[in-house]
Design a protein around this ligand. Structure first.
Ligand SMILES: [Zn+2]
Length: 60
């Protein structure tokens, strides 16, 4: 398993961890923690930056 995938560079904004759960401090009735899930806005939660060619193709 390669450590680098050239075609899909890791997002610099989130460093490959696009989705983060934030503990709000509240709890649900069943005792579980209430969390907010936030996806990285830069990569839309994919964890990878989009190649420049993708922008060019979808730029219409
Ligand atoms: Zn990201």
């Amino acid at each position: 398993m390669p450590s680098r995938v050239p075609n899909r560079p890791v997002c610099r904004s989130c460093d490959g961890f696009p989705v983060v759960s934030i503990t709000t401090g509240d709890r649900h009735r069943d005792g579980s923690r209430a969390t907010l899930t936030v996806a990285c806005p830069a990569c839309k939660g994919t964890g990878h930056t989009l190649p420049a060619s993708a922008f060019a193709k979808t730029g219409r």
